[in-house]
Design a protein around this ligand. Structure first.
Ligand SMILES: C[S@@+](CC[C@H](N)C(=O)[O-])C[C@H]1O[C@@H](n2cnc3c(N)ncnc32)[C@H](O)[C@@H]1O
Length: 368
């Protein structure tokens, strides 16, 4: 099914009372910031590339660009349909009779919305809600935040104006959230913690894209620890491509422009986060290594052995083991118990040390 064409939509109510928020000097500073791609959040004005890389000549990686997106609140990274299909296929049974909410998704461009419209029948979805966010600065007569509530009829594909700006935290969007069974989207990187909190506050099922480092966020780890959140099935390593708007500064090392002039960047560390169960979650991780005190030294500051790589978890060790956070990619709750991380175990120094050497963040586990 094709996406609807842009429609003439009346201005939303609150546009009639947009306050004048900036005095002229603020406006000038913002214009300057935009035109020079400069971060003014610190006292010293620093070009963003220098601020994040310390260098001004090297091309940035996709992850560095993501950091900038986060700092700059530029969140426009559009998920590819193939990546959505690759993950969603594991949960087909779950979606039967469900109300799905894509709450960071412009129904005219989002591949999440497109996926659920295309699979409305075969996934037996009850209803699809899709809302779109537009910051005030981007409002104009042809670009306003809209929503659809798709029930399988062509009429329900017509986008309607939202009352507000489509912020997922707004009353209007929280009302939609309350109606929904499950949220499926790629939320803004800069608001991931708040996004996750809202999902748990409203006790929703979800399937969302985030960065692997979010495993360690306390807003996420507490749920991972309690077996109330885990990682998806289709991405365990490598990078994924996202489309970015035409005006994005494409300085990333891994970028591409297709034959139609569309811009894409490849981003490392992408993962699906979910609380929807599927059979694949319970796959046994094959363990071949054997414990020896030489190969697996103890931490200085916690009674556990250090395991540098998930694949090297010894099959015969019964005590606590500190493993990289990417262990969560392979975590089978029938095989391992998660004991905690540096934060929940309140480890002195905030990190595990081995022979005086501070290690990367670890998750502490033991075999069931
Ligand atoms: C990483 S992009 C992903 C877009 C889309 N979900 C997709 O995967 O293609 C995040 C989206 O969240 C939107 N966004 C930013 N702040 C938001 C907010 N407060 N509430 C809802 N959406 C927001 C951005 O406009 C952007 O389109």
């Amino acid at each position: 099914m094709s996406h609807p064409q842009t429609l003439q939509i009346p201005f939303p109510e609150f546009m009639l009372s947009i306050p004048t928020i900036q005095d002229s000097s603020q406006k000038l500073q913002l214009e300057h910031e935009k035109s020079k791609n400069i971060c003014i959040s610190h006292k010293k004005i620093v070009p963003l590339r220098e601020k994040y890389t310390g260098r001004s000549t090297r091309r940035m990686t996709g992850s560095e660009l993501l950091n900038i997106a986060q700092a700059n609140k530029k969140d426009e990274f559009y998920t590819q349909l193939a990546d959505i299909e690759a993950e969603l296929k594991y949960y087909k049974k779950y979606f039967k009779g469900k109300i799905v909410y894509c709450n960071c998704d412009d129904s005219e461009v989002s591949n999440f919305t497109k996926f659920f419209i295309n699979h409305f029948q075969d996934y037996k979805i009850k209803k699809l809600i899709s809302t779109c966010y537009k910051p005030l600065s981007q409002f104009n007569e042809t670009s306003i935040p809209t929503y659809i509530v798709y029930d399988g009829t062509p009429e329900s594909l017509t986008p309607m104006p939202l009352k507000g700006n489509g912020d997922f935290r707004s009353d209007e969007c929280v009302d939609f959230l309350q109606q929904a069974d499950v949220v499926v989207t790629n939320p803004p990187f800069s608001l991931f913690r708040e996004f996750v909190k809202l999902l748990y506050d409203y006790q929703k099922y979800f399937l969302i894209i985030g960065n692997v480092n979010a495993i360690s966020y306390k807003e996420c780890f507490k749920h991972i620890l309690n077996n109330k959140m885990w990682l998806g099935q289709s991405i365990h390593s490598g990078d994924r491509e996202f489309q970015v708007p035409q005006d994005y500064p494409l300085e990333a090392a891994n970028f591409r422009i297709d034959a139609n002039g569309n811009k894409f960047i490849r981003v490392k560390g992408v993962r699906w986060f979910t609380n929807i169960d599927c059979d694949e979650r319970y796959k046994h991780l094959p363990l071949t290594s054997v414990y020896s005190p030489e190969k697996y030294p103890k931490f200085d500051n916690i009674d556990a052995i250090n395991v540098g790589k998930t694949k090297d978890i010894p099959r015969d060790y019964k005590g606590i083991m500190g493993v990289p956070i990417t262990f969560i990619d392979w975590y089978n709750p029938n095989q391992f118990e998660i004991v905690g991380n540096e934060y929940t175990l309140n480890i002195a120094g905030g990190r595990g040390y081995v022979n005086g050497k501070r290690l990367y963040s670890r998750i502490f586990i033991r075999k069931v």
